[in-house]
Write a protein that binds this ligand. Structure first.
Ligand code: EPZ
Length: 420
């Protein structure tokens, strides 16, 4: 197992950083490649562990997958689906494997996958995914921790999502593109990753409207063909580097970041007295004066992203004054608070709210990454702390951030990888 050792910075991060392709866009797009027997070429794919897990799963189902990590291109051809299922080993490692369910249902009318388990941030049920499939005529049987879905003929239907779930919206879209008739998803998620999936599916010949709004209409077609697609930049990686510039009082330029996907993060950084400028070279982020405390509430897009909540808690830990963060999306996404307290942060948790009293400065300590974004938040607090911080269980971080240590070193950070 490896750990990061981060030395607190006297001056802020400076320089340019290249934002990679979006993890949360590429995972459903790879699942969508199961919907055609033609070749699909996906570009700007970050070589992350989660992407490799999804590639392994597609291979286990009979697809040919080539992942050129240098060029960041994945080529998939699911000429035939040898088995419309993923075993616990292949699919149990990553919740997003469940996105194969919709694609398998659409392609071959059946799917057998492990029921995704919970994780640190919440129970993460898939009841809304299953509700959508049932409305489309799929039978759903669960035993021994596996979900078995069968649909003689998948038909379109009217599906209302009790919560605008990203995964449920994506999974239903994947099942609906080849179903008979029209599917309408009400209270759908509107994240940019949903629109990126819709763009890819349309290139394959799907008929989809309304992605990016709360009502998505899919009209089933007879078959889909191969396509070439470049994945959107990762708005959460971009937001994480923006927050790194903010917490260290730096001045950085993000290349490839899409400003329109970052509006809620830009708005809240502005409230903290952090400036953002869209230049022809990229998105410039810098802080001149002191950080201001803020009130923050995570919401489904276009609200403030839950995946940026931990990073902002690190920022608020050193913003003089009282800040309040409310986490409305997941029921247990404050695991990073305890680790930040070990570094001297003053944080009080009350169910879904955290009250943070900004302190003069944090001190380096031994801490543990509990999940992907919590781990990223600890790197940020370590950059601003006095002395060295050791962050263990960094495999969580590397699931979602390609070469985060190298990218930070290019910006002047002192961060090295060591054996635990
Ligand atoms: C996606 O997870 C992202 N993962 C998450 O990013 C992100 O935090 C989340 O969306 C919210 O934006 C990927 O895209 C691979 P949800 P997902 O379904 O689809 C409840 C990261 O850090 N819910 O929108 O699993 C659920 O319990 C990861 O990159 C149901 O109740 O999120 C949660 O409280 C972490 N029933 C809320 O909805 C369901 O059937 C949001 O979940 C589905 C979800």
């Amino acid at each position: 197992m490896e750990k990061f050792v981060v030395t607190g910075m006297e001056n802020g991060l400076r320089g340019r950083v290249q934002i990679s392709g979006s993890k949360n866009a590429v995972l459903p797009i790879l699942a969508a490649c199961l919907l055609t027997q033609d070749i699909c070429e996906i570009r700007n794919v970050p070589p992350l562990l989660d992407v490799e897990h999804m590639a392994e799963l597609l291979c286990a189902m009979g697809a040919k997958v080539d992942f050129d990590k240098e060029k960041e291109i994945v080529t998939v051809q699911a000429e035939e689906i040898a088995q419309a299922e993923g075993n616990y080993e292949a699919a149990g490692k990553m919740r997003a494997s469940f996105l194969a369910a919709g694609a398998l249902l659409g392609r071959c009318g059946q799917a057998r996958l492990p029921l995704p388990g919970g994780c640190q941030i919440g129970s993460r049920p898939v009841d809304l995914h299953l509700k959508g499939f049932q409305i489309m005529g799929a039978k759903n049987r669960q035993e021994h921790g596996m979900v078995e879905l069968t649909a003689k003929n998948l038909k379109g239907g009217e599906i209302y999502l009790d919560f605008p779930s990203v995964g449920a919206t994506e999974n239903i879209m994947l099942a609906a593109v080849l179903a008979k008739g029209k599917t309408v998803i009400q209270n759908a998620a509107a994240e940019p990753e949903i629109s990126d999936l819709a763009d890819f599916l349309r290139k394959m010949g799907a008929e989809i409207e309304g992605d990016g709004t709360d009502t998505i209409t899919i009209t089933g077609v007879r078959e889909l063909h191969g396509a070439v697609h470049t994945v959107i930049p990762d708005r959460i990686e971009a937001g994480t580097f923006m927050t790194a510039a903010a917490i260290t009082g730096g001045d950085i330029l993000l290349e490839h970041a899409k400003e329109e996907h970052l509006k809620p993060v830009i708005a809240k950084l502005a409230e903290c007295n952090v400036k953002t400028e869209n230049t022809e070279d990229g998105l410039r982020v810098y802080r001149k004066g002191k950080l201001h405390p803020i009130q923050l509430k995570t919401m489904p897009y276009p609200g403030f992203p839950t995946d940026m909540q931990a990073q902002f808690m690190s920022l608020m830990a050193v913003a003089k004054g009282t800040s309040v963060i409310t986490e409305t999306v997941f029921e247990n996404r404050f695991m990073h608070a305890g680790e930040l307290q070990r570094m001297g942060a003053d944080i009080k948790i009350d169910s879904r709210s955290a009250v943070i009293e900004g302190v003069e400065g944090l001190t380096g300590a031994k801490v543990r990454a509990t999940d992907l974004r919590a781990g990223a938040a600890l790197i940020l607090s370590a950059l601003a702390a006095k002395g060295d911080t050791e962050i263990s269980d960094i495999y969580h971080i590397e699931r979602g951030y390609h070469q985060i240590d190298e990218k930070l070193r290019q910006l002047g950070a002192e961060i090295r990888r060591e054996e635990e």
